[in-house]
Design a binder for this molecule. Structure first.
Ligand code: ADP
Ligand code: NI
Length: 219
């Protein structure tokens, strides 16, 4: 199969598998990450098939909905890649990216065990979807799903929570900006990713300023 055919088959599989997925990790998230990946990859020397397949398959199974089992996603990706007879080297590289790329891992340097230029590109593409206008929408969507308040001036951001505490926290969604979203621009791997992140970061700062102004009834 040609690269195009492999990518098309993967798109079909991912769309089908993610039917009914929640808003933060639906097909459109995958499509945006795939597009960001291609944009960044234009400026980097990477294997296009590897980054394309990894972007498409990176959220194929969210551990949050599989009793926290982090091995399901990589396993589903591997089974699918074998079913379309991808060569062993490509398969291995794609699966390693998926295993090592989650948002949580990306914020905890210690859990980083594998890296590659391809992983860096797809990880940047995924991080870009957590910031800017889309990132803001996803954060409030997630907060709503968890029944969290928008903002509470008496509850300050807490940067020292463990992964478990963070998950169970009932902190308002605005805190997530300080605890995660505004930290992402300094974690970008590639120059292109960094540049786009910088623009989206500024957009979020402007948004927060407007938010606090409106909160106080200033304008
Ligand atoms: P990943 O993108 O690696 O799957 P998550 O599942 O943690 O990461 O996050 C998915 C989306 O939900 C992201 O846009 C993220 O910013 C948002 N999100 C995660 N945790 C929170 C939270 N506590 N409050 C608001 N938004 C959150
Ligand atoms: Ni993702």
């Amino acid at each position: 199969m040609t690269t195009t055919e492999l990518v098309e088959k993967t798109i079909h599989f991912v769309k089908k598998t993610l039917k009914g997925a929640e808003g933060g990790h639906d097909w459109f998230h995958i499509e945006r990450v795939f597009n960001n990946t291609l944009l960044i990859a234009k400026e980097e020397r990477v294997n296009i098939l590897v980054v394309s397949l990894a972007a498409l398959l990176h959220d194929i199974a969210d551990p949050k909905f599989h009793k926290g089992d982090e091995s399901i996603g990589p396993r589903m990706a591997k089974d699918f890649l074998n079913s379309i007879q991808i060569d062993a080297e490509t398969c291995k590289n794609v699966v390693l990216i998926i295993e090592n790329m989650s948002f949580k891992n990306s914020l905890e340097e210690t859990s980083k065990s594998f890296t590659s230029k391809e992983l860096q590109v797809v990880q940047d593409a995924d991080r870009l979807d957590a910031i800017g206008a889309i990132g803001i929408a996803r954060a409030f969507n997630y907060g709503g799903f968890k029944n969290r308040s928008l903002y509470d001036p008496e509850i300050s951001p807490n940067l020292d929570m463990s992964k478990e505490e963070y998950k169970n926290s009932s902190a308002p969604t605005i805190n997530h900006f300080y605890e995660k979203l505004l930290l992402l621009k300094d974690k970008m791997n590639t120059a292109t990713g960094r540049k786009i992140a910088e623009e989206r970061h500024q957009y979020m700062l402007g948004y927060l300023e407007q938010f606090y102004g409106e909160w106080k009834g200033e304008r």
